[in-house]
Each structure stands twice: as structure tokens, then as C-alpha cells.
Design a protein around this ligand. Sequence first.
Ligand code: SF4
Length: 378
Amino acid sequence: MIFKEEIIKYSKEIGIDLIGFTESEIFHDLEAILRKREKKNLLSGFEEQNIDKRINPHLTLENSHTIIVIGMSYYVNEGDITSKDSNKPTGNVSKSSWGRDYHLVLKSKMKMLVEYIEKKTKDFQYEYFTDTGPLVDRYLAYKAGIGWYGKNNCIITKEYGSWIFIGYILSNLEININMEESKNEGCLNCNNCIKACPTGALMENQLYNPKLCISYLTQTKEDIDYKLREKMGKSLYGCDICQLVCPYNSNKTTTHKEFIPVGDNYKPNLLGLLKLSNKEFKKRFEKAALNWRGNKIIKRNALIALGNSGDKDMVKYLVEYLNSPSIMIKKYTAWAIIRLDRKKGKKILDKHLEKEKDIEMNEEIKKLYNYYLRNLHN
Ligand code: SF4
């Protein structure tokens, strides 16, 4: 039987920053939170839909006994990046997607860890996940003593703040879990995160509305209402606002080279993004976490960011996208044009309406006029 200390030692050798252990039990306290969120329609839809699977590890690995939870830090200070900035205007990508896709990095670390355990343990059974698994990563990290919940709903660690990726391994290992190892110190209740969130997604009592979260908005395929688009700023993928203002989060630079951006994908030029074919997009973002969301949604986000850039000069570059084969791109282009310059935008859209045959686009332009031009004279 392998000892916990051996697993911890090996995890450090292969570059895992944080490791903890928790029992595979039914998480009744979590169930109460999730049912409450479900009732209040506060689930994002990106998570596992079956709440039973989220709270019961045995529905994923029947004889699961211990869950090994790992954490890897990813904070990179923008000032330390040597690669060249893109031409302006640029969009913002969350730090979690600056470097190599963390799903791949964490899975390769967990693979090494299970292979190590497998060599030393008979009949070792396991399943490992990061981000897209059935259980709740953050809750497991909390249970395993890796960190504590902040009001921003992130797990905050003493060592790296909340700048950590989390992975977990369900296993049939019987390990004596020492709960005294928990490093929970507690949120400072400063409310910086609640105050800073542009969309008001964060609430007290660990409740938050994921559908207002900018990170969610940059990933959803659903239409985003105008008011929320305006609050998204120049976010292209993810959002770091509630983490950047947290007092626990300064000076926590990672040592993992994988998460340091190479090239300018961490801050791409917005007009450049609009020009990418699907093939070019896949090639450019092949190793980045945002790749999964696809070219069209990132283009939509680039249009929102351009609309929010305040740079009226951008209008002339946007006009051609009113004729895009994608109705979504056409609609968001019209929004960006009118948001940037109401007067000039109206002239451009009036002209476009003369030849526009698509009923949906016609309706959209009328909706935009109604929303943005009500108080515009002449
Ligand atoms: Fe807690 Fe303040 Fe950090 Fe929010 S910003 S998670 S309230 S310590």
C-alpha cells in the first residue's frame, strides 16, 4: 500500500504545487447549495446537469474511497511578458487562458501521478478530471484543505491566492486523511470583489448568478442583451476582475513556463481576429484553452470589445461585416457600429437596410434604433 507522504513527495517532484485528500462520501452540504441554486435558476448550464452525480463520487467510480485533489498556480504578471504587444485595439483574455491549455497540463500531471501510484499499488482504480468532470472541483479543493471559498466564489489558497487550476483523481486508495491539514483562513469579507464586478454577478452567502458573470457571457452561445454587452468591456474570453481586486492575490507569480504566454494571443488585436478563417483560428489558438469555444463566438466577443472600445475610427473597418454570411456576426456588427457612433452608425445602417433582405437583421436594426437612438436628434 502506498503512503500518502510518498504521493505528496512525488507530486512535488513533477511540479504539482498543491495537493490534498478528501474522502469519497456523499456531499450533503453541497447538495443543499446546488439544489438552492437550481431552484433560483442560478446554474450556468456548462456544469454536469445531474446533481446526484455532482455530489456522489460513487456514481462515477463505484468503489471510490479517496479523492486526491491537486492545484497548479498560473498567475503571470503582464509586465513580465517579453513577447510583443499586438497593435491596438486589443481584447482581454483571462490569465487562465494565457498560456498552454490547462486541461492538457493538469491531465498530464495527473497521468504521471496515477502511473506512479499504479506501480506501487495492486488493483489501483481511478478516474481523473479537471474543469469538465462530474464533481465540483472547487468544493473538492475546499474539502481537501487546499484553500477556502472567497466571496468571489473562487478557492483562495495561502500560497497562490485564487490563481490556481484544480484537478482531482477519484481513487479506490484507502488513505488516512488528516483533516488538521486544512489551511482554511477565511475570506476577509472586504467585498472588493462584489463591488468590482461590473454586472453584479456576485452576491453574499456564496451565491452568485453565473449567467451575469462576464466569463460565462464570453462563452455562452445565447444572445447577450445590450446592457450586458456594454458591461463586458474588452473581454474576449473569461474575466479576471473579481480576482485582481482580492487582497490575497498580489505577488503570486507562477513558476510554470507552460502558463507564460508566447506571442500575442493573450492580448489579440481585435480587427485581426475578425479576419481569421476557421482554419487560421484553429491553428493560431491550437494550444489555448479558448480554442474550444470556436472562431465564431470569439469573433462575436471581438465585435463587443470593438463596440466598447470608444474608438470611432473603428466604424469604417466594421462596415464589411454587415454582409457576413453569419447572421450573428451581422447583428453584433450592427450593434458595435451604433454603439461606437450613433449618428454615423445610423447613416450606415439606413443605407444597409435598403438592400438587406434578411428579416431577422431588419428586426435587429429596428431594435437597435429603438434602444440607442430614442434621444438622438436629427
Ligand atoms: Fe473575500 Fe475580499 Fe477576496 Fe472578495 S476580494 S474574495 S471579499 S477577500
